[in-house]
Write a new protein. Structure first.
Length: 219
């Protein structure tokens, strides 16, 4: 992968737990610039492969030695660096992320662009269309509900929002109804599946994880 592809692969995970399940280490070729390097995201299964001794006398997975790759950062740490950078600069570019990664790799410390270690960046208001986390966030709305399905929608809404059915009925008659605001991918899937089972599709708005990704189309 290129640096951009590696970052996008990590950001495409549902959450931290999903990332831990998918990836163990980020390997990189030994290039002067991260923009020129090639990356490999290893799985936990990859890390159980047989090791061989490389030219520097280190025991490395055979695939890494065969492709001239070195350990760069653990995948969870790599993602943490991206997240810290994004918290400070939500509209971070690829260059911004590269600088933050190189700094952590060399200094074993997050790059503070002003206000991170003091906690000031935590108070930043979220930007429309951009997630607060490394992973995408979603808004879900019940925008349309046929009259004959209001009862079904109300029961599902009552269970989801933990309100009584009478209150849910009133909400379902005053559309659009928010069923989730800036929620993660797992919760998105659960809510969408609940209403899809009732043939009630929801309107989804995506707050994208990376500024360079295409904006959500509002569908």
């Amino acid at each position: 992968m290129s640096l951009r592809e590696a970052i996008e692969a990590l950001a495409a995970c549902l959450d931290d737990s999903d990332l831990y399940d998918r990836y163990a280490w980020v390997y990189a070729s030994d290039d002067d610039s991260l923009h020129d390097a090639r990356f490999y995201l290893s799985s936990n299964a990859n890390e159980e492969d047989d090791t061989v001794t490389d030219e520097e006398g280190d025991d490395m997975p055979a695939f890494a030695v065969a492709n001239g790759l070195r350990h760069y950062l653990e995948a969870a740490t790599f993602a943490d660096v991206l997240m810290v950078q994004k918290q400070q600069q939500p509209l971070s570019t690829l260059d911004d992320f590269a600088t933050a990664l190189a700094h952590y790799h060399d200094q074993d410390a997050f790059l503070d662009r002003g206000g991170f270690y003091s906690g000031e960046c935590a108070s930043n208001a979220p930007l429309p269309g951009i997630s607060r986390e490394l992973f995408a966030e979603y808004d879900l709305q019940l925008a349309v509900c046929p009259a004959e399905r209001v009862g079904d929608a109300a029961r599902a809404t009552a269970a989801l929002l933990e309100v009584n059915v009478a209150e849910a009925l009133a909400l379902c008659r005053q559309l659009p109804l928010s069923l989730g605001s800036r929620i993660g991918g797992r919760e998105r899937d659960s809510i969408e599946a609940r209403f899809a089972g009732l043939s009630l599709p929801l309107k989804r708005t995506t707050h994208r994880s990376l500024a360079w990704l295409p904006p959500d189309d509002g569908g």
